[in-house]
Design a protein around this ligand. Structure first.
Ligand SMILES: [Zn+2]
Length: 362
């Protein structure tokens, strides 16, 4: 029988993916006791309370967290550094540096945060769930191979990406980092690695000081770091332009097998740790773009890893909106609305043009 006839009469391929998105959460994350620090256990409590208030959690698949193994951690961190963190916490913790605080329970929480992100990746790649949000703490994207900094102990997203490369022999993992700070640790982890494309939007200059547009990766990783260092005062319009003009074409060119997201909500206008002007509607737009990219490029496979975000209302509403989007409900609850005053940051159009030119995105 002619080829064309037989192929025409095959039953239409049905989507194999189940519709229920997943999440990773474990009360062990609350044992990272930082007291009155902005990165505290109340952040996750607010997220979970917010999900339950809207009956969202019961619609999701709960994926158990597990501790990352030493092998998994040392894909990114030096073994000696892991031991130092363990010993520091065993001795009761304290201030590691001016920003980063640990308690006795922090080591265990950090092991589970990294392992929780791995569990989310594993479930998504094995198609147990189409997408997942790892609601973890401590956050990770500032943690370097041999140091904790910026509230981060182990680099959860980098450890999860490395796991995807090794365990599933992936060759193209995209990390989108929309936390308002540059993920210096993640960039460092994959600076020489052509299999991970790291794309970051961040306020610049701001902590940790890295993320200049000239930082593009090194040696065989050259071109696989795309930094979009935005001036203070950027809001929804500027972020939309950046996503539409840089991140979408860069992702389409890279053709990822998996998209990981360093999701931080500290660029919201009501967050005290930055001077950006994003709204919840703006975050919703970015999340939708990422969802569309994942659907177009990698069968929807997306794992969000929680990074920063210190306004509890913003955190709760943004995470609710992400799950609602994944559940197909398109609901956005935005009690905070627009920033109280307008701002017009300068040089964003020129910056976008420069980044596009630097990375050959036309
Ligand atoms: Zn941040």
């Amino acid at each position: 029988m002619p080829e064309s006839w037989s192929s025409k009469n095959k039953p239409p391929q049905r989507a194999e993916l189940p519709l229920t998105p997943g999440y990773v959460y474990d009360p062990v994350f609350l044992e990272h006791d930082t007291g009155d620090h902005p990165e505290n256990a109340r952040r996750l409590e607010a997220i979970i309370t917010g999900l339950d208030a809207k009956f969202i959690r019961q619609q999701l698949k709960s994926m158990p967290a597990r501790p990352a193994t030493l092998d998994e951690l040392t894909a990114i961190h030096q073994a000696e550094y892991v031991k130092r963190i363990e010993a520091f916490c065993q001795n009761g913790g304290g201030s590691w540096d001016a920003d980063t605080v640990m308690s006795k329970g922090s080591y265990k929480a950090a092991l589970y945060a990294a392992g929780g992100c791995i569990a989310a990746v594993e479930a998504v790649v094995k198609k147990v769930i189409p997408s997942a949000y790892a609601l973890v703490r401590p956050p990770g994207h500032h943690a370097t191979s041999n140091n904790a900094m910026g509230f981060c102990l182990f680099n959860n997203v980098a450890i999860a990406a490395s796991y995807a490369l090794k365990k599933f022999k992936m060759e193209r993992v995209l990390i989108i980092d929309f936390d308002v700070h540059h993920g210096n640790g993640t960039q460092e982890a994959f600076a020489h690695n052509p299999y991970v494309l790291y794309v970051s939007t961040h306020q610049y200059p701001l902590f940790p000081g890295t993320g200049h547009l000239n930082e593009v990766g090194q040696s065989s990783g050259a071109g696989t770091a795309i930094n979009i260092p935005l001036p203070a005062g950027c809001g929804d319009n500027e972020y939309k332009q950046v996503f539409d003009e840089i991140i979408v074409p860069a992702a389409q060119r890279f053709k990822p097998e998996l998209i990981l997201v360093s999701a931080g909500y500290d660029g919201h206008w009501a967050d005290d740790l930055s001077n950006m002007r994003l709204t919840l509607d703006g975050y919703y737009y970015l999340t939708r773009i990422i969802q569309q990219l994942a659907a177009e490029l990698c069968g929807g496979r997306t794992v969000f890893c929680l990074e920063g975000g210190y306004n509890l209302q913003v955190l709760s509403c943004a995470v609710n909106a992400t799950f609602n989007l994944w559940l197909g409900e398109k609901l956005l609850d935005d009690p905070l609305g627009q920033p109280p005053y307008k701002s017009s940051p300068r040089g964003v159009i020129e910056l976008i043009a420069e980044v596009k030119k630097r990375h050959g995105l036309y």
